[in-house]
Design a protein around this ligand. Structure first.
Ligand SMILES: Cc1cc2nc3c(=O)[nH]c(=O)nc-3n(C[C@H](O)[C@H](O)[C@H](O)COP(=O)(O)OP(=O)(O)OC[C@H]3O[C@@H](n4cnc5c(N)ncnc54)[C@H](O)[C@@H]3O)c2cc1C
Length: 382
């Protein structure tokens, strides 16, 4: 339903679609079953197309576009490979960067030369991020980070890791936490940090790490936002993050629907193509309807974000709706493939595995429902 988009938005969408289908999809089909990383050449192509700078202001070399354009591109890339839809995400809490940090990082980010990872979660702090225990102690002009992090995607390949650490251990919960940019060489972990990849079941294209910070030194100038306000850095921009995840889920579901439709046309049983069986046709019809409903809710949320309206509840709804839909739709698509769907020879198994993750990261479905019900019951603090 592209009629609601402007000509410029349709052009951006088409550019992303061409890149995704011609370059990302073949790479994903070849590399994901082997659990290989996203090739640098794809990252460079995405950079040339401006995808790392979609949300970065023009004065820093970005395209200065809105959340809707960002989500249009994200849906297209995720339709081919969710990890590519994820890698274009700009730094979380970018708004909190100081003028000097903006000069230092944003132009490089816009060019795809400063790729980021974030290390917020810990073994005992997932949904409850305010429980993080990782510590940062001030020593002269540096902060020294010590503690364990869990689930840091792309810790090795990134050029920096945004880390949350407790700078005031006497402060309770979300107070006393600060955010730091840990610069690092691409291809290895930062000095003072060791780790190992977590054996996950999907979201291939990059590794997700368990990290041990053991005296990792960061210049004081790399603190993002005010000391003790890092929790707000991490949670600022959550509406955009939820919209981004909804777009990733919609991309996966669309990939699954398109593949299932093609398979239903080709596969013959009982002397007819599967597409002639009403049971299959109705599945396809329901899948398409669910995708479009989730997409329209997402567009609505993007427009609220782009006009500067707070939409915590609606963004949570869009994330919840799209990700739960993606799990159902990718599962039905796999079913339409029959046994072929349960092999790594068809991309549908990748869509299904990756869709499962969208219900877990960026705030689980239960956390989204908590946010929505808080609004309904008047318990939100916004
Ligand atoms: C593949 C992968 C990549 C990731 N990448 C990153 C990354 O790059 N950086 C990073 O910082 N993190 C990352 N994460 C972490 C992710 O954000 C967390 O997994 C997520 O927030 C959930 O936390 P948890 O796994 O500790 O689950 P828990 O918080 O332990 O939750 C377990 C279950 O309890 C439910 N639950 C928890 N609290 C409540 C409540 N109050 N009410 C109702 N139900 C509740 C949850 O919904 C869930 O079903 C990644 C995770 C995965 C799996």
């Amino acid at each position: 339903m592209s009629a609601v988009l402007t000509e410029e938005q349709k052009l951006i969408q088409q550019t992303a679609r061409d890149f995704a289908m011609r370059e990302v999809l073949p790479a994903a089909n070849a590399l994901d079953p082997e659990r290989k990383d996203i090739p640098l050449s794809l990252i460079q192509r995405a950079a040339e197309l401006g995808f790392f700078g979609l949300l970065i202001p023009e004065e820093y070399g970005g395209l200065g576009l809105g959340c809707l354009e960002y989500c249009l591109v994200t849906e297209e890339l995720s339709r081919a490979w969710m990890s590519m839809g994820s890698i274009i995400r700009p730094m979380i809490g970018m708004q909190a960067l100081s003028p000097e940090q903006r000069q230092r990082y944003l132009p490089r980010m816009a060019r795809g030369e400063a790729l980021g990872a974030f290390a917020f979660s810990e073994p005992n702090a997932g949904s409850d991020l305010s429980n993080i225990q990782c510590r940062a102690r001030r020593e002269g002009d540096e902060w020294v980070i010590t503690g364990n992090k869990y689930w840091c995607t792309f810790a090795d390949g990134a050029d920096y890791i945004l880390v949350l650490a407790r700078t005031d251990p006497s402060a309770q919960r979300h107070r006393g936490i600060s955010a730091f940019i840990v610069d690092k060489p691409r291809g290895s972990l930062p000095p003072g940090v060791s780790g190992a990849p977590i054996p996950k079941i999907g979201y291939f294209g990059w590794k997700t790490w368990e990290l041990a910070f053991d005296g990792c030194r960061v210049p004081a100038a790399n603190m993002v936002g005010e000391e003790g306000k890092g929790f707000y850095v991490a949670t600022s921009g959550l509406e955009v993050a939820r919209a981004h995840t909804a777009a990733r889920a919609i991309g996966l579901a669309r990939g699954a629907l398109e593949d299932a439709t093609a398979y239903a046309r080709e596969r013959v049983q009982f002397g007819h193509s599967l597409s002639e069986f009403q049971a299959i046709r109705f599945k396809l019809a329901r899948m398409a309807t669910e995708i479009e409903a989730a997409r329209q809710l997402l567009y609505f949320v993007c427009r609220l974000i782009d006009t500067g309206e707070r939409c915590d509840k609606e963004a949570a709804m869009a994330k919840l709706q799209a990700t739960e839909m993606a799990e159902r739709v990718t599962s039905e698509a796999l079913q339409i493939h029959g046994g072929a769907g349960y092999t790594t020879l068809h991309a549908v198994e990748r869509y299904w595995r990756d869709a499962r993750l969208t219900k877990i990261f960026e705030g689980t479905s239960e956390i989204q429902m908590r946010i929505i019900s808080d609004h309904l019951l008047g318990r939100n603090r916004a």
